[in-house]
Design a binder for this molecule. Structure first.
Ligand SMILES: [Zn+2]
Length: 271
């Protein structure tokens, strides 16, 4: 039976609010062997599309994990810092999302040291963008219903910032690479906490380890924590084992992020 005229089925235009991991690997050996993808995190919330930390092979992963999505629809890209596992594919995206400059589009947010002679962003691409914003401590950035706050500079070898994202009644924090310090707990209070957990044990390297991550999760008490950006020691131990251990240590549900996995925000808030 033909549907009556005027009763055509409405096209589903509302997109799902979700967070997609284009990669969950970090550090040199994991990148070199691509033991885990290193494509960063893609936020699709409130009809906006924000890509964070596109590391090596990010664009390839983007095409694989989101085959129907057009990269020209990316609204903003955030680089938490210029290290290669967070920025390697940035220029590819800037070219793709602006059609090589034929379609002025998009916003790039990155610390100032990601630009210029020692930076990682090609200068000629910047004029293709609608806006370039230097991330500084305390910066607030609003995009539709999303508000990103970059509360403090991390302790890392280059200029580095995580963010706290406000969307409707929910908050999502992203703690990118950093040495542990207690202020992280104060400024990243959120419902959903994403933490870059690169290594098992404490060491002098400027990265979080499992005991420090437990301290952060215990201090913040989110509904759910997602660990990602695994180095070799984490992969050997099995991130899912570490997630279980962190849950025992903190009482908070902890998920080990998986390459290409879509996490629906509603589901994350239901923990
Ligand atoms: Zn780093």
């Amino acid at each position: 039976m033909n549907p009556k005229p005027g009763h055509k089925k409405k096209k589903q235009t509302e997109t799902l609010d979700e967070i997609i991991f284009l990669g969950t690997g970090g550090a040199r050996y994991v990148i070199a062997k691509q033991l885990r993808a290193t494509g960063g995190i893609f936020f699709r919330l409130g009809g906006k599309n924000v890509l964070v930390d596109p590391g090596p092979e990010s664009y390839f992963r983007f095409l694989s994990y989101l085959p129907k999505f057009n990269a020209e629809k990316i609204d903003a890209i955030i680089l938490s810092h210029k290290h290669i596992d967070h920025s390697a594919d940035i220029n590819v995206y800037l070219d793709v999302m602006t059609k090589g400059g034929f379609n002025k589009n998009g916003i790039l947010l990155a610390p100032q040291d990601a630009f210029g002679e020692e930076g990682v962003v090609y200068k000629y691409l910047l004029s293709f963008l609608n806006e370039v914003i230097y991330i500084e401590e305390g910066l607030e950035f609003t995009l539709g219903d999303l508000k990103f706050v970059f509360p403090l500079r991390h302790k890392h070898r280059v200029e580095t910032y995580g963010f706290k994202l406000f969307y409707k009644d929910a908050t999502v924090s992203y703690i990118t690479d950093t040495k542990f310090f207690s202020e992280l707990i104060d400024v990243y209070q959120a419902d959903v906490l994403i933490v870059n957990l690169i290594k098992l044990e404490r060491s002098e390297i400027d990265h979080l380890s499992v005991p420090e991550c437990a301290e952060i999760i215990k201090g913040i008490k989110p509904r759910v924590a997602i660990i990602t950006h695994f180095g070799m020691t984490m992969l050997r131990a099995g991130p899912w084992n570490i997630a279980r251990r962190l849950k025992q240590m903190t009482g908070v549900t902890v998920l080990a992020a998986e390459d290409g996995k879509h996490y629906e925000l509603k589901k994350l808030l239901s923990y």
